[in-house]
Design a protein around this ligand. Structure first.
Ligand SMILES: [Zn+2]
Length: 244
């Protein structure tokens, strides 16, 4: 189910049934001349929409902008390096409102610069501060009680942020880690699988090979079948986690 397409009684039923909320977070950033600038948010949102096909959950619209540090490109490329202060305030407010609706489990599939990047840190800080605000009402020393005696036994797990590959179970014959790499083979082959019309491999030739940054050097090796293989493992991992 998609949050924005649900009517109020469906929202109330989803909350009553304890359905989790899942939301993508990514950025709009230069990804070479051959990939769309929304590559990161497209990948994260693909995971959410595939998870929704396999387990009951509510999918919120993706967060499409965040701090990029203008590392790979600039405004002339369409890149949006969102100021981290208002970004943090926005996501904290958004997560607070999801909790007010009544969602007890909120999963954010984040794809950009890893868990130490500013976007992931902002989301994780917002989650941690909301946990603190919730527990302020419980007085002090509540850690002495058994978790099930607390008003929200899942308080530490209510909002979880993870990368697309966080729960990948690597098969015995392929120990990983899966190739991701900014705009290189990993991301290119995944976008080739999920939205091939947005990819223009010939454009890589518009930059002389000796001018290419290191992260674009293996992009030409991308194979959409391999991209699908890794995406399926990402989705399997998230489905397994959310169904628990
Ligand atoms: Zn990327």
């Amino acid at each position: 189910m998609y949050l924005t397409r649900m009517r109020p009684e469906q929202i109330r039923a989803a909350v009553k049934d304890g359905l989790p909320l899942i939301m993508a977070a990514g950025v709009v950033e230069y990804h070479g001349p051959h990939l769309p600038i929304g590559t990161d948010v497209m990948l994260a949102d693909y995971i959410c929409t595939e998870v929704e096909k396999q387990c009951p959950c509510v999918v919120a619209p993706p967060i499409s902008f965040g701090p990029t540090l203008s590392w790979a490109g600039g405004p002339q490329d369409g890149e949006i390096d969102f100021d981290p202060a208002p970004f943090y305030a926005y996501v904290k407010e958004l997560l607070k409102r999801f909790r007010m609706i009544g969602f007890k489990r909120i999963y954010i599939v984040q794809h950009h610069q890893g868990m130490e990047g500013l976007q992931a840190l902002s989301l994780r800080r917002a989650a941690a501060e909301l946990t603190r605000e919730e527990t302020l009402e419980w007085g002090h020393s509540w850690g002495w009680k058994a978790m099930e005696e607390l008003p929200n036994p899942l308080v530490f797990e209510t909002i979880q942020v993870g990368g697309i590959d966080k729960y990948v179970a690597y098969p015995p014959d392929n120990a990983g880690p899966m190739p991701i790499g900014h705009a290189g083979k990993g991301e290119t082959q995944m976008i080739q699988h999920i939205d091939p019309l947005t990819v223009h491999m010939e454009a890589l030739g518009s930059i002389a090979r000796e001018q290419l940054p290191e992260w674009l050097l293996d992009a030409a090796e991308a194979d959409p079948a391999v991209g699908k293989y890794w995406l399926d493992l990402c989705v399997d991992g998230w489905v397994r986690t959310i169904k628990q």
